[in-house]
Write a protein that binds this ligand. Sequence first.
Ligand SMILES: [Zn+2]
Length: 209
Amino acid sequence: MYEGPEFKHCKVIDPKADAQGKSSNNPLVKCEHCANEFSAGAYRIRGQILGIRGRGGGNCLEAPQDAKDLFQAIENEKAAATSKKRKRDDLDQLTANDGSATAPSTAGSTGPVQIGIKQAFSNSIKADADAAVCRYFYAEGTPFVKIESPYFLDMLQKVALFGAGYRPPPLKRLRTDGIDKEKALLDKDLEVRSASHRTATLEYCACNV
Ligand SMILES: [Zn+2]
C-alpha cells in the first residue's frame, strides 16, 4: 500500500484520518517539498504537485520539475486511456443499438436519428442480395412469378444457411444425378399430395351428396 511514485513525494502521517482528525478514506499525508498536510490518495497527490485547482492540498510551490514531468505524463496517459475507453464504449453502444436508438454523440439533440453500424451494414447486404436476385431474373429471362415459388425460397434459405462459400453443383452433376434424385423425390411428394387431395375431395363429395 502507498507504493506508487506519488508516495515518494508525500509521507503518510495517518492512514485513517484527515487533517482535522476525522476518519477519511484517504490517508493524511505531508508533502515532502512544501510540508503541506492534506488527505490524499495518488490522484490528489498528483493534483497537489501539479497545482491542479481543487485537487489536493493547493499548489505545491516547492515540487521539483522531474516530479511534475512524471505526474504530468501519468495524467496524460490516464486521459488518453479514458478517451480511448469512451470511444470504445460509444462504438459498442452504437453497434449494440442496431439502429433502434440514437447514437450517443447525438443523444439529446433533435437531429435525425442515426442508425447503428450493424443496421446500416445489414441494410446494405440486403440491398445487394435483392439486386442480385432481380439481376438473375432479368438476365436469364426467368418468369417473374417464379419468385413466389416455395422451392425458390427454400433454395435461398438453404444457401444462406450454408454461408458465403456456397458453390452450386457443376452443370454435369445438375443435369444427371442432381436432377434424377430430385425428380424421384418430387414425384413421390406430388403423388402423396395428390392422393391426400383426392381423399379429401372424395370425403368432401361424400359429405355433400
Ligand atoms: Zn508540496
